[in-house]
Design a protein around this ligand. Structure first.
Ligand code: ATP
Ligand code: ZN
Length: 298
């Protein structure tokens, strides 16, 4: 028997090609996980951890994970929530929110329409491929008699064709809406990529997922994190700590032969801007250095 069949591998479903795929492969690379493919094939391998990557369409990811065909997946919150709202059986569970591939699901109406709130949709037809999310928003907004027209693409032309009065779709810049004589009326859902897991993973796989999640958190956190160093008089420490964005308690080091002066080192978990540096200077800091952090494990 080969060694490989002894040790279980985590099967991770990701989008093969598309807006989510680029960010997903970037993240895996930042986690030090090089995916070996053939993106055209169904499977790819990660060498550094016992993970097999399943390359699929994003719409299939929630079902693959819910059914246990994949142990985990990376999918847009929009697709995950739509699946959760429209499925019968037990669904996948959210293991982590990943903060990338952010987008919003909006309802849009003709530019000339006066839109004063969700009541507008009473008695109207709305074209969407997100019937679950739209229905739940309409219900929460107290609209009972809107009609949902299911479409799988090219929603923007539905109003012009007389198929619907309005649409509900993912909006990024609004340019497509504009070209089709539409405008955003309301945002009904804000989406980001999610790490999802099969319900009831066994202990070994749950541990592997935990390790993957730890690496992802580290990679995502270090994207914005900076290592900041400066010199300052000891008395300025409280003022400096107050200015540092998203910092834990700093490390204070004596400066040899400099009397009251100390070196202050800190990890900042948010973007460090020029304004912050100017402020640090004004409260007494000098020789300020800001360094990128490659990896971080909290
Ligand atoms: P597939 O062939 O896998 O079905 P698709 O055409 O359905 O691909 P993409 O356009 O690649 O999907 O988008 C995948 C996901 O990326 C979306 O479901 C959404 O979560 C996210 N996303 C981020 N930004 C945008 C955007 N500007 N437009 C559409 N989706 C976006
Ligand atoms: Zn899709």
């Amino acid at each position: 028997m080969s060694k490989e069949t002894d040790s279980p591998r985590l099967r991770l479903a990701v989008q093969k090609k598309g807006r989510l795929a680029d960010d997903t492969f970037d993240l895996l690379a930042k986690c030090g996980l090089k995916v070996r493919h053939g993106r055209s094939r169904l499977f790819a391998r990660i060498d550094e951890l016992p993970i097999d990557v399943l390359l699929v369409r994003d719409d299939d990811i929630p079902e693959l994970v819910a059914s246990g065909a994949a142990d985990a997946g990376i999918v847009g919150g929009n697709v995950f929530e739509e699946d959760r709202l429209t499925r019968d059986g037990e669904g996948a569970v959210i293991a982590d929110a990943l903060g990338f591939s952010r987008c919003r699901l909006c309802v849009a109406v003709a530019k000339g329409e006066a839109y004063a709130g969700p009541a507008y949709f009473s008695g109207k037809k709305v074209a969407t491929s997100y019937p679950g999310l739209l229905q739940s928003w309409l219900e929460e907004s107290g609209v009972k008699d809107a009609q949902i027209v299911l479409m799988h693409g090219a929603h923007e032309i539905a109003p012009r064709l007389g198929l619907a009065d309005a649409i509900c779709d993912i909006v990024s810049t609004g340019a497509t809406l504009d070209t089709n004589g539409l405008k955003v009326a309301d945002t009904i859902y804000r989406s980001e990529a999610l790490l999802i897991a099969a319900p009831g993973l066994d202990v070994a796989k749950a541990e592997m997922l935990g390790a993957l999640k730890g690496r992802m958190r580290g990679a995502l956190a270090s994207q914005h994190a900076k290592y900041v160093m400066m010199n300052a008089p000891r008395s300025a420490i409280p003022a400096i700590t107050a200015v540092l964005p998203g910092a834990d308690s700093p490390t204070i080091l004596e400066l040899a032969g400099e009397g009251d002066m100390v070196a202050i080192h800190s990890v900042c978990n948010e973007d460090v801007l020029w304004e912050h540096l100017a402020e640090l200077k004004s409260v007494g800091a000098s020789a300020i250095l800001v360094l990128d952090i490659d990896k971080m494990l909290n």
